[in-house]
Write a protein that binds this ligand. Sequence first.
Ligand SMILES: *Cc1c(COP(=O)(O)O)cnc(C)c1O
Length: 352
Amino acid sequence: MTTQHGFGERFTDHMVRMTWTAQEGWSGAPQVMAFGDLPFSPAMAGLHYGQVVFEGLKIHRRADGTLAAFRPAAHAGRLRQSARRLAMPELPEELFLEAMDLFVGRDGHLLPVDDPDLSLYLRPVLFASEPSLALRPARKYTFLLMGFVTGGFFSDRPDPVSVLVSREFTRAAPDGTGQAKCAGNYAGAFLAQQAAAEAGCRQVVWLDPVERRWIEEMGGMNLFFVRGSGPAAEVVTSPLTGSLLPGVTRDSLLTLAAELGHPVREERIAVDEWRAQSLSGAITETFACGTAALVTPVGLVRDGADAWQIGSGAAGPVTLALRASLTALHQGRVPDSHGWMREHRTPAPVPS
Ligand SMILES: *Cc1c(COP(=O)(O)O)cnc(C)c1O
């Protein structure tokens, strides 16, 4: 159960399930069960109309051996926002945390004690499970929480990735679902991801859907840019435009970068500025961030026939310092002054 398997291909032994119906709302406590296949109706609404939202968060083993989740309340809040956007019922934070505690109580022991780079990735998913093809919000939903032990989305080490600017496709529309973590956004992105792979790149960079000029994000990660060097280096990311996903890691790094003494700005960066300023040396680093990828440097950018390198092409010092402060927090090696880590609480025993 380590990283010999692809990301999210081999799960732990259990999962947690809850149900919502229009008549009863969220009924009953979350139930833990063996991880395995579920029966479903071929007419299940989520399958046909895409009422599916999900989250991704991590449980870390801290230096003292305890298990703690990184900002679970922020993930619970985003799941509610995603659900609201898709006209789905919102899962209360208490139930989200209860499901998490139940799962971690059962399978948390599978997270090794001797490898701090491993974490338990949790995947909560909420989907319309009513058997009906009526074109309206479903009247029955299922929530599942599953998980797996993982090193990292790319690797345990911050190896730089190459990226392709997507000119053919956009990821989201103005006032669309870009800021919701909903299944359809990813299906719509795969073709661009394939084009990136064909161009020899690991990831795709999304431009804004209106002017196709401003850099929004990358694959399933947010992007940051570093201007200058040393303690005065500016750390910049796109503001939340409504079409990009408000990452919990993005939000955390804005805080951590300011604490490291960097001027921090939310500012739109145009793709032509990115190119010109990378070539002139004004932009010294670019990195992507997300729960799965942590902080991952971008080394090379392709845009059609054009290509440019960021800095030396390797991970820069600001990227590495931010990655180090984030992982130090995860691993409990520094005081958690923001209250971001929530220690695992053993839930009351479930009557069998
Ligand atoms: C999940 C996701 C992110 C990163 O969000 P985190 O909360 O930091 O994991 C960024 N962009 C997209 C499109 C995502 O799906």
